[in-house]
Design a protein around this ligand. Structure first.
Ligand SMILES: NC(=O)c1ccc[n+]([C@@H]2O[C@H](COP(=O)([O-])OP(=O)(O)OC[C@H]3O[C@@H](n4cnc5c(N)ncnc54)[C@H](OP(=O)(O)O)[C@@H]3O)[C@@H](O)[C@H]2O)c1
Length: 339
């Protein structure tokens, strides 16, 4: 494993160039395949780096505002910086996780979101195609309207909100500029978080833990999916696609437990032996102040299943304990998970 370790924001261009030369020289001397993971500071990107790290890959991880040592800071909306990144690092595979994925933020700032979710994707895809790198774009179940689940890979998308539209446009740009691209659509994600509010799933912990009466949505059907599983799918999919050029196009991956937010909250409480009777199921659709969400955008994952990538399903109750134990005051859980 090898991360490229420099930060464009805090170095002069001169130092940047020198470092690039050193880095590229050492990267070129490393015989293992190179993967560029965008969004490596994010929820999925962190799991992605860990997954590739555990295999014979050299990782080039990029972030933006949160890039730390061992990660590269690169604003993907800066075309010159992206071109430099690609020409210096020469990846064999690009896993493009970076996105603005908060639907309410995208609704308020559609142009900024389009710059990242659409235009940066188009640029990365075209540079991948020009260099012969495999391009994997992470997309979302929000490309569907949720009225007629489950959705196969070829079903007609019809996003309800600006975020879903931007991700669908990103998919189309990826395939237009790089016809051999892979697209992986996934539903709501949870995983190792830096704060519980980082994921729409783990943030429910605040309701569970507070033991104050709280109403949780019980209308929208979700399929919470562990980022570690998504990362494992991505690595194996990339490895398979590098061997078999027929493995291309759109794939779906999803956890297989259907739950509303209310049911996730109850499952979390049960997993930690906590009371759940303060959680109230909200059976009316949330007010339309925020972006519209599909009622049930369940993904049919049969195309991916046919590849037999050997990903074993995990249960929500066990995975969520592994993600949330650092946030519980009860030390029993720390011991349980570690051993
Ligand atoms: N989270 C979910 O529930 C979910 C569900 C379905 C699909 N997805 C998709 O999964 C992918 C990963 O999502 P995530 O949850 O990991 O997102 P996230 O936690 O919000 O991370 C977003 C990443 O994008 C980076 N980024 C933001 N603006 C950037 C810019 N201008 N230039 C370069 N990098 C930039 C961030 O870097 P800094 O933080 O360093 O600024 C961060 O690493 C996305 O494509 C998303 O659409 C997510």
């Amino acid at each position: 494993m090898f991360y490229l370790g420099f930060n464009v924001n805090f170095m002069s261009l001169f130092l940047f160039k020198i470092k690039c030369v050193c880095v590229v020289r050492s990267v070129m001397m490393d015989p293992s395949p190179r993967v560029l993971v965008t969004g490596a500071t994010g929820l999925l990107g962190r799991a992605m780096c860990k997954e590739f790290e555990g295999s014979d890959w050299t990782i080039i991880g990029t972030g933006n505002s949160r890039a730390k040592p061992r990660l590269l800071s690169c604003d993907l909306t800066d075309e010159a910086a992206v071109r430099r990144l690609l020409s210096d690092s020469k990846p064999h595979v690009i896993v493009h996780c970076a996105a603005e994925r908060r639907p309410d933020v995208v609704e308020r700032h559609p142009e900024a979101a389009a710059n990242l979710n659409v235009h940066a994707t188009a640029l990365l895809a075209s540079l991948a195609a020009a260099s012969g790198a495999l391009f994997l774009y992470i997309s979302t179940d929000y490309v569907f309207d949720g009225r007629n689940p489950p959705y196969g890979e070829d079903d007609a998308p019809n996003p309800l909100n600006v975020y879903g539209k931007s991700k669908l446009q990103g998919e189309r740009e990826a395939l237009r500029h790089c016809p051999g691209a892979l697209i992986l659509r996934v539903p709501v994600l949870y995983g190792e978080v830096t704060s519980v509010t980082e994921s729409a799933v783990t943030c429910l912990w605040l309701n569970v833990e507070s033991e104050e009466i709280s109403a949780l949505d019980h209308t929208q059907q979700k399929f919470p999916t562990d980022t570690r599983q998504v990362a494992a799918v991505c690595r194996r999919l990339c490895e398979r696609a590098r061997q078999d050029s027929s493995v291309r196009g759109v794939f779906h991956f999803s956890g297989n437990e259907q739950m509303t937010k209310y049911q996730m909250g109850v499952a979390m409480a049960q997993a930690f032996d906590l009371p759940s009777n303060h959680l109230i199921p909200l059976t009316e659709q949330p007010a339309a102040a925020s972006a519209h969400r599909p009622i049930n955008s369940q993904l049919n994952c049969s195309r991916l299943q046919l590849l037999n990538l050997g990903i074993e399903p995990t249960t929500f109750s066990s995975s969520i304990v592994e993600c949330l134990w650092p946030f519980t005051a009860d030390r029993r859980w720390r011991q349980t998970v570690f051993h």
